[in-house]
Design a protein around this ligand. Structure first.
Ligand code: ATP
Ligand code: MG
Length: 260
């Protein structure tokens, strides 16, 4: 795990540049999740309200690549994401500033109404048509070292996939008359077949208390998932299990996606 910083530990030049955009930061609150590994994520409180900020040193190339994808996608996903307010690079650090999403994290446990909000957002995201030549890796690229050529071709597709639907990345925004699920943290987004988003979600449904049969039944509401080929899902599971091969429980959970 990388070192985690507080706002006041970030380089002075970076903080001054941020404050030239936000106004003086009066207070800050670190936001951490159970799996947090980010050098800095938190709320900055100014006299005009709160903003969300995340920052990393430029030598942390994996995180900077995630920030690149988030910045690249911001104009495409604006209706389904926290708005990107700015990107500041100073003193060897990069910081992204987002509008603050006040509704907290979604609850993806069986029967919870937040699942309905998430379904609506996922269906809308699948209607986004990424422009030709968008500089985003594919799902097959992500697992290139683990999959053979046939498996990789089963994962090809041109849909935009968030690809990291851990419940802490699904947030709620109260939109006056209704609630909307907003997807944050687009840093692992890739291009691939539409159904693969639901394959990825399967693990987080289990994590949120669904049993495998319940999770598989819930996913059948998505036409793209119903159309997925068994060979395609098998290729997805091959990629996902290769990534967690050191955890037999994780591997067993992924394998249960094929029990149908
Ligand atoms: N715009 C926002 N407004 C309020 N809270 C947010 C916002 N964006 C993210 N969060 C919260 O902060 C957490 C961390 O943000 P995010 O996932 O974008 O950062 P990260 O660098 O990927 O960190 P992590 O390793 O924790 O996933 C999210 O899981 C979410 O709970
Ligand atoms: Mg996250």
């Amino acid at each position: 795990m990388s070192k985690r910083y507080t706002w006041s530990e970030l380089p002075k030049g970076l903080r001054s540049s941020v404050e030239s955009v936000t106004g003086p930061v009066l207070e800050s609150e670190r936001i951490t999740t159970w799996h947090s590994d980010a050098p800095f994520t938190g709320a900055l409180i100014t006299d005009t309200g709160r903003v969300f900020a995340k920052a990393a040193p430029d030598h942390d190339t994996a995180t900077i690549e995630q920030y690149r994808r988030e910045t690249l996608l911001a104009p495409l996903v604006t209706r389904y994401a926290a708005p990107l307010l700015g990107r500041v690079s100073e003193d060897g650090w990069t910081l992204l500033l987002f509008g603050y999403v006040a509704g907290g994290n979604a609850d993806l446990s069986p029967g919870h109404k937040d699942l309905g909000y998430l379904s609506a957002t996922l269906r809308a995201v699948q209607r986004i048509r990424p422009p030709h030549g968008l500089a985003l890796p594919t799902l097959a690229d992500q697992w290139a070292e683990h999959l053979n050529r046939d498996e990789r071709s089963l994962l090809s597709g041109t849909h935009l996939l968030h690809n990291d639907l851990v419940p802490s990345n699904v947030m709620l925004r109260y939109a006056g008359y209704d609630t909307q699920a907003v997807l944050v943290d687009w840093g692992r987004a890739v291009l691939g077949p539409a159904w693969a988003e639901y394959a990825g979600l399967y693990m987080w449904l289990l994590f949120s208390g669904h049993d495998p049969a319940q999770a598989r039944a819930w996913l059948t509401r998505f036409p793209a998932w119903r159309m997925a080929s068994r060979a395609g899902i098998r290729a997805y599971v091959a990629g996902a299990t290769a990534e967690c091969a050191d955890s037999p429980e994780h591997v067993a959970r992924w394998m249960s996606l094929l029990d149908r």
